[in-house]
Design a protein around this ligand. Structure first.
Ligand SMILES: [Zn+2]
Length: 304
């Protein structure tokens, strides 16, 4: 699933590609992508004649801003946007097409069909689901150490599921939570309100640093993520914990272990990330796949 860095990369690319383009009409091939309005004819009618003004982001959601309307789009597992000329053949799994007056088209493709689209009047999108319950933006000024500490102190949830649920801070998914916790030296099962002041500070720094570095690198290309122009991200080469089961920790040389925390595959250095005393051992997953092979498989999967 794309996380903040990947969505930010798509946002930047789309912003360049579609700003100023005017929609002539819209084709919906798979109505289930549409959440609001969920009627394809109503959805298409709202969009007709609108011009894209900018592409913004809130957490892992894209906000495609038009004159008088905002499209909130979540890519979920495999959603992708691409800009095409209208005479280019339409690939399968293309579910929504925004036809522009200049003869180009923005196509939304989604093999898994989990993506969502909501239409709102400008400003309303931030006050209503799915955006209204989201936590702080980690790369904006509001994400201060004090605000982060306050929120952590209120919750006894394990730190990894808490960071995944977007309630305190947005944009982290399975990859960057594992990376940030490894960087900060914190075990994913540590209750949030039991983190020491120094740990809170290290985690705050690690979240900002990990996400900034990944945005800089254009997002990871784990699974089949490709940005709006078909470029793959480069951050996979910098991952320190995620996907490195059995490989030596870059700090201490101990093999990275994979376990399950809150139902998600979790990568931990058993030395650098000390298990909290009151939590028993988690189930260790023993597959120690070769990373290069795994990356190669992913890349081969891409080209199919
Ligand atoms: Zn280590």
């Amino acid at each position: 699933m794309p996380e903040l860095p990947e969505v930010e990369t798509v946002r930047r690319t789309l912003n360049q590609l579609i700003t100023g383009k005017k929609i002539s009409h819209v084709t919906v091939n798979l109505p289930r992508i549409l959440q609001k309005p969920d009627d394809p004819l109503a959805f298409a009618a709202e969009l007709e004649g609108r011009t894209f003004q900018s592409v913004e982001r809130r957490g892992k959601f894209l906000r495609l801003v038009m004159d008088g309307l905002v499209l909130v789009s979540h890519l979920r597992m495999e959603g992708r946007y691409g800009l095409y000329n209208q005479d280019e053949p339409t690939e399968i799994h293309t579910h929504v097409i925004f036809h522009f007056t200049d003869g180009t088209e923005l196509r939304y493709k989604d093999v898994r069909q989990f993506g969502t689209m909501h239409l709102f009047l400008p400003g309303e999108e931030l006050q209503a689901p799915p955006l209204n319950k989201l936590g702080l933006e980690p790369l904006e000024d509001g994400f201060t150490l004090d605000s982060f500490r306050r929120e952590l102190g209120k919750r006894s949830t394990k730190i990894k599921p808490l960071l995944l649920n977007q309630e305190i801070v947005v944009g982290l998914g399975n990859i960057y939570v594992d990376e940030a916790l490894h960087t900060a030296g914190i075990h994913p099962e540590m209750p949030a309100n039991e983190l020491k002041r120094k740990e809170q500070e290290l985690l705050h720094q690690a979240i900002v640093k990990t996400l900034s570095a990944a945005v800089e690198a254009g997002g990871s290309s784990i699974k089949s993520y490709v940005n709006g122009q078909g470029e793959m991200g480069l951050f996979q080469h910098s991952l320190k914990a995620y996907g490195r089961t059995g490989e030596p920790c870059l700090n201490c040389g101990t093999p990275i272990e994979k376990s399950v925390v809150g139902g998600r595959g979790t990568h931990v250095c058993p030395i650098c990330q000390k298990r909290p005393r009151n939590v028993g051992p988690s189930q260790v997953v023993t597959s120690s796949k070769n990373r290069n092979h795994a990356v190669k498989r992913r890349l081969e999967g891409e080209s199919k």
